[in-house]
Design a protein around this ligand. Structure first.
Ligand code: VG1
Ligand code: CO
Length: 546
């Protein structure tokens, strides 16, 4: 059945450079005629070799997810793609998409998400491509997409006579010469979790203990219902905001203490559950909270590494650990003690891909509430929640007790990130560039009883393929183990977001009961003195503190 392929002529859009995690813009931009289609054309051209291939498609269910899916399917058919696996309703969490690509041996997949950014008609939308290994496209590929997007003259798409795909009907349908299989977005992923964790042990634990999971009205709702409620028997009261909404109920689906307010309030109440957790828009982030104790994501990575052998999927031990540069060095200390390799990569999950593929690391993490392992090639929110749940079940300890023991053994890395959002781009660049220029002067500078041992702009050479990524963030490393890091966000859609990362190390015998902002007060002042974000931006304080 020949369905006419239409060639739509269109001049290129100049703003299609992918950021830390795909292309992210306002919905209003994406919904402009041809905007999405032109970028999809750039993806297909950059990936190449798609004739006869099978790919995955799904998203976090935000506003414009369905419209975008329909356009992409018609374009896939026009490009001779043989088959597309689509999550029912156009839904796939980012880790579930990664798993689907790997399990079914697909060429790759397209994920529609702006992750933790707000949704709705005035919110954000995003699109990213994941490769055959299930991981985010490497920089070489996203760079190629951008280059192509700047010279495109149009795109290919099936015309309307091809008909429409019913995204809500499980099973196979035809679109032109292409078949579209609508799959259950949860089942394969839930099965994978059963292979990694001790479901009997967790089920037992849940009989005598309570947990609270906040899906933030985003994609993990159905995943949590299947895994936590159905397969593990968690009570109905254990799930919060589990009905997905296209606008996430008008909140930021960002699992941190600032945005998961209700969860935090419940975890600080007198009858707090033993475990609190939340995930983001596309299900790849996680926040872990104990009774009156929020776990810093950097600490979470370190705890998982230190206790991995208690979990069936990691019982044989882990090969190595990788963390993004701004993430605290807590995991490095654990790796050193375990005698395994540790790696420091630029921000963004794509930089873990080669290390995971090469079998050099098992666990990876980012300070931005991202944790994951070699079970997929994305960070994985629910996986991290199950890891903690299984850990609580295995040890019979509370979250605060696990943290206390961890800090006593390895020392504590007090940590915080201060975000200044929607800063005027010129001002933000001025702040970062001024600091860059001053690096040679700062190197070796002493003051306040500490010395700056290293002042540089992070440059990463991938240990597997040798590729180099420069300007990945400015870091000042102090003689007492503290660090200040400054970088510009690559996921925002308004002005520039400055991220200041603060870290201070207290060795084993150190004070264990300080609130991080208090423990870091001295560093916060030092950062302003050295970098001057408030002075130059005119902001009195950060917009978000995590
Ligand atoms: C942020 C985080 C980074 C994370 C990225 C994507 O990037 O800092 O650690 O990998 O978001 O996460 P940036 O450039 O804004 O700092 V997600 O959950 O959007 O896929
Ligand atoms: Co995300």
């Amino acid at each position: 059945m020949a369905t006419p392929v239409q060639r739509i002529n269109c001049p290129p859009f100049t703003d299609q450079r992918p950021g830390t995690s795909g292309l992210r813009k306002k919905v209003t931009r994406f919904a402009e005629p041809h905007y999405l289609a032109m970028f999809v054309q750039a993806i297909f051209d950059a990936v190449g070799d798609l004739k006869g291939a099978t790919i995955a498609l799904g998203g976090d269910g935000r506003y414009y997810n369905r419209e975008a899916s329909a356009i992409i399917l018609r374009m896939a058919a026009a490009h001779g793609i043989a088959k597309v696996l689509v999550g029912k309703g156009g839904i796939l969490s980012t880790p579930a998409a990664s798993n689907l690509i790997r399990q079914r041996g697909l060429k790759g997949g397209i994920i529609l998400s702006a992750s933790h950014n707000p949704g709705g008609p005035d919110g954000d939308f995003g699109i990213k491509y994941n490769a055959t290994n299930g991981g985010p496209a490497p920089e070489s590929l996203t760079e190629a997409m951008f280059k192509l997007s700047q010279t495109l003259t149009g795109y290919d798409i099936l015309d309307d006579s091809a008909g429409k795909i019913d995204l809500d009907r499980i099973g196979t349908q035809q679109l032109g010469g292409m078949s579209v299989e609508i799959v259950d977005p949860v089942a394969d992923y839930a099965d994978l979790m059963e292979r990694l964790f001790d479901f009997d042990r967790m089920r037992n634990w849940l009989k005598g203990n309570r947990m609270l999971f906040d899906a933030m009205h985003a994609v993990t709702g159905p995943y949590a219902e299947e895994i936590l409620a159905k397969r593990l028997g968690a009570s109905a009261q254990s799930l919060l905001n589990f009905v997905p909404k296209t606008d996430f109920g008008n909140h930021h689906p960002d699992p941190n203490p600032a945005h998961a307010e209700e969860l935090m309030a419940r975890m600080w109440a007198a009858d707090a559950p033993a475990l609190g957790a939340a995930s983001d828009g596309d299900g790849d982030r996680n926040m872990i909270v104990g009774a009156k104790l929020a776990i810093s994501p950097s600490d979470s990575l370190a705890v998982l590494a230190a206790n991995a052998t208690l979990i069936p999927g990691y019982a044989k031990g882990i090969k190595g650990v990788a963390r993004s540069m701004p993430t605290s060095r807590a995991a490095d200390v654990v790796a050193a003690e375990l005698g395994i390799e540790s790696f420091e990569t630029p921000t963004g999950w794509k930089f873990f891909g080669n290390l995971l593929d090469a079998g050099r690391v098992t666990l990876c993490g980012e300070e931005s509430y991202g944790t994951g392992s070699d079970h997929v090639r994305e960070k994985d929110g629910l996986w991290a929640v199950l890891f903690w749940l299984d850990l609580l079940a295995a040890t019979g300890k509370s979250v605060p007790a696990i943290m206390d023991a961890h800090w006593r053994r390895f020392g504590r890395h007090y940590y915080s990130r201060h975000d200044y959002e929607a800063v005027d781009s010129d001002r933000a660049n001025e702040i970062v560039n001024t600091l860059r220029q001053r690096l040679p002067d700062l190197q070796g500078r002493a003051g306040n009883g500490r010395r700056i041992e290293l002042a540089d702009d992070f440059r990463y050479q991938d240990p597997i393929d040798g590729s180099i990524s420069e300007h990945q963030g400015v870091r000042l490393v102090f003689s007492d183990g503290g660090r200040l890091v400054l970088r510009l966000s690559g996921t925002g859609t308004e002005g520039a977001t400055l991220r200041l990362y603060l870290e201070r190390f207290e060795p084993k015998t150190g004070v264990l009961d300080l609130e991080p902002q208090v423990a870091l007060a001295d560093f916060i002042n030092l950062a302003e003195e050295l970098i001057g974000i408030k002075r130059v931006s005119g902001r009195a304080q950060p917009d978000v503190v995590t």
